[in-house]
Write a protein that binds this ligand. Structure first.
Ligand code: LLP
Length: 416
């Protein structure tokens, strides 16, 4: 459930009319709801109950400082994939001691920075990475806490671009090589073997693959225990899906409770989850204004002021996100539209074949845009990225100002 709902036929973000926000801050515009973010985080955290656990929000889903600060105040941990994301977490008031560092290509400088900040754990994806972390830790006179990302080889049944737990993916260490890699890690002097992790994919809509992965990793943890390699935390990654259209993914409570249940009797094994989308997606919308209605030969087009550079998911993954009117009072006829942006690419659309009653000047909201929305925005076509707003009850807070033209060419140089 989220806190975007209609009151008297007008879409509201918590207690504020989206029309009013758009009038003050213009479009395109991202709007987030604090209460929704908090609600989703609590759904995970509460369902894990008494089992020792840490919910590490996946920063890549939405790394705005406003969003991170809301979660930091709840005591959230964070899953990061770059030094830049760690810097954001710290700037937002997050605790580096609750940060896990994922990703296949950590640079030495990033490892050094993370060690200096005393993060909770490095989620390591390969043997060369183990050696690199060992070396950097040695230079700093430190011992690096590490976890190995094991590829459980389960099929997450999701879009091939966001499926990560199969053998053919670049991620993780194959199960067959896990024991040998743990032995290697154990033998390196500047590493402390702390955990095991996995991440099998994103936008999963059933619990089955998560349970399969968990069971496979628990088996491996037992094998390691017999070899005196004691795993102290198990990090199951993120991946729980949300409802964009007809999907009916398990509720975060149901998912987290199922995971905690499988961990029963293993109170010394802390459970870490890294949800991104399930916390942020439905806590955000992208608001856009219809510029023109264009009659094509075969199609009707609603040309809006948001484009693929603002929200890439439809163009990149053919992702379907709901598009709704902000003000549902209208005389406009209902017709089937392709909702397209001003960017010069055929792939620049927000939605195709949508039944909408719209006219030029109307506001539309793209739902479920809080995750992998602004973070994937670009300046393609020299377009300034949108402003981001956080609504908190009846308060409207600009958490990122709209970019301006000069910022776009900062650092560029003309020839004389
Ligand atoms: N942990 C790791 C190691 C990950 O790679 C990811 C996402 C997450 C956690 C968070 O997954 P989530 O709970 O959000 O599913 N841009 C794509 C999604 C890419 C996800 C990549 N990894 C999209 O817009 O659908």
């Amino acid at each position: 459930m989220d806190h975007f709902a209609y009151r008297d036929n007008l879409l509201y973000a918590e207690d504020v009319s989206v029309t009013d926000i758009a009038a003050d801050h213009h479009t395109p515009l991202y709007i987030y709801s604090r209460a929704t973010l908090e609600r989703h985080w609590h759904a995970f955290n509460d369902a894990l109950g008494d089992h020792p656990h840490l919910v590490c929000y996946a920063v890549k889903a939405n790394s705005n400082l406003g969003v991170l600060s809301v979660l930091a105040k709840l005591g959230s941990g964070f899953d990061i994939v770059s030094a830049g994301e760690l810097a954001r977490v710290i700037e937002a008031g997050g605790d580096p001691g609750k940060v896990v560092f994922s990703g296949v290509g950590k640079k030495a400088a990033e490892i050094r920075y993370a060690l200096e900040q005393n993060i909770l754990c490095f989620n390591v994806e390969s043997e060369p990475e183990l050696h690199r972390i060992n070396e950097v830790a040695g230079q700093l006179g430190k011992v690096a806490p590490i976890s190995l990302r094991i590829n459980p080889d389960v099929d997450a049944n999701t879009h091939p671009y966001i499926s990560t737990g199969l053998k053919a993916n670049k991620f993780g260490i194959p199960r067959e090589r896990a024991v040998a890699t743990y032995e290697l890690a154990q033998s390196l002097p500047h590493l402390d073997v702390l955990g095991m992790d996995c991440h099998i994919g994103s936008q999963l809509t059933t619990i089955g693959p998560f349970v399969d992965a968990l069971e496979r990793l628990l088996e491996l943890i037992d094998v390691l225990a017999k070899k005196d390699i004691v795993i102290r935390h198990l990090d199951l990654g993120g991946g729980l899906g949300v409802t964009y259209n007809q999907e009916s993914p398990p509720h975060p409570k149901e998912y987290a409770a199922a995971m905690a249940e499988k961990m029963a009797g293993r109170e010394n094994l802390k459970l870490i989850l890294e949800p991104g989308r399930a916390i942020a997606a439905n806590a955000g919308i992208l608001v856009t204004e219809v510029e023109f209605i264009k009659e094509g030969e075969e199609k009707h087009f609603a040309i809006v002021d948001a484009a693929m550079n603002d929200l890439l998911r439809p163009a990149l993954y053919s992702a379907w996100q709901n598009i709704v009117r902000v003000d549902i009072r209208t005389d406009a006829p209902s017709r089937t539209y392709d909702v397209v942006g001003p960017v010069c690419e055929t792939g620049d659309f927000l939605g195709k074949d949508r039944e909408l009653a719209v006219a030029a000047g109307d506001l539309l909201a793209v739902r479920s845009a809080g995750a992998y929305g602004f973070v994937m925005a670009s300046n393609y076509n020299s377009r300034c990225r949108p402003a981001e707003i956080m609504v908190d009850g009846s308060n409207v807070i600009v958490v990122r100002e709209r970019e301006n033209q000069k910022e776009l060419w900062k650092g560029e140089h003309k020839l004389t």
